[in-house]
Ligand binder design. Structure first.
Ligand SMILES: [Zn+2]
Length: 91
C-alpha cells in the first residue's frame, strides 16, 4: 500500500513505492514517525498532507514529442528499406 499514516497528527501521506517495503519517512506535518497503512480504511478521516504527484502538462508534451519522433524515424527507416529493395531489384 503506497500510503503511510501519522497517528500523532492524524494525517496520511502518499509514499513512493510501498510503505511496507520502504518503511516510512517522517511526517510532513509534525515530524513524527509514519506508520505503514495496511488497509485503505485506515486512511478514512485522516487529512492528506502529500498526495500522489500528477504528471505536469510539460511532461505530457515531452512524451508526445518523443513518441512522434519515434514514429517519424520508423517511417523513414521503412522508406529507406523499401528504396533499397527497389534499387536491388533493378537490373
Ligand atoms: Zn504527523
Amino acid at each position: 500500500m503506497p500510503h503511510a499514516k501519522c497517528v500523532h497528527c492524524r494525517s496520511r501521506m502518499w509514499v513512493e513505492g510501498s510503505a511496507e517495503k520502504h518503511p516510512p519517512h517522517l511526517c510532513a506535518g509534525c515530524g513524527g514517525e509514519l506508520e505503514p497503512v495496511v488497509d485503505l480504511s485506515e486512511l478514512v478521516g485522516l487529512r492528506a498532507l502529500r498526495v500522489r504527484p500528477q504528471p505536469t502538462p510539460r511532461d505530457d508534451a515531452d512524451r508526445f514529442e518523443r513518441i512522434s519522433r519515434q514514429i517519424r524515424e520508423t517511417i523513414a527507416g521503412h522508406d529507406a528499406e523499401r528504396q533499397r529493395r527497389l534499387d536491388s531489384d533493378r537490373p
